[in-house]
Design a binder for this molecule. Structure first.
Ligand SMILES: [Zn+2]
Ligand SMILES: [Zn+2]
Length: 142
């Protein structure tokens, strides 16, 4: 069952689908995004303020596109802050180094839990009939 919410933009009740905008406002946002994207493509050096001015679309909206990682422009360099270390970045939520660190942490967490794979159970007595599959699925650390 779809959850009903009020659209953050127009207040209309709509079926929530991950965004707090109704389909109408979502469509409008999509149009705005296309306008901004086109303008940025044609004016790669324009700042957010210039883009907002030229397109008539709110700066906040443009920043949101940046935050979502949908929009990138040379003119928008260092307008956002990394949510982790505060470094200035031009798009998305995290700087490249934090992104890399987080990826490493995730990889460590995954391999950390799988490296607890059972060792050879020798000496437990009755493995004369059991064939131990050795290191078939084991992750080598290289
Ligand atoms: Zn709406
Ligand atoms: Zn960072």
């Amino acid at each position: 069952m779809a959850e009903l919410r009020n659209c953050a933009e127009c207040g209309r009740l709509f079926a929530y689908q991950g965004r707090n905008l109704c389909s109408k406002c979502l469509k409008k946002e999509e149009d705005q995004y296309n306008i901004v994207r086109r303008y940025v493509r044609d004016n790669p050096g324009a700042s957010v303020f210039e883009v907002a001015d030229a397109t008539g679309i709110e700066e906040e909206k443009i920043l949101q596109f940046l935050r979502d990682g949908r929009l990138q422009s040379k003119g928008f360099t260092e307008i956002m802050e990394c949510e982790r270390c505060g470094r200035r970045i031009s798009s998305g939520r995290l700087c490249d180094s934090c992104l890399g660190q987080i990826n490493n942490e995730i990889r460590d967490a995954i391999s950390g839990s799988t490296s607890r794979a059972p060792r050879e159970n020798s000496g437990s007595g009755r493995n004369d009939k059991m064939h131990i599959l050795n290191s078939k699925n084991q992750d080598r650390d290289k």
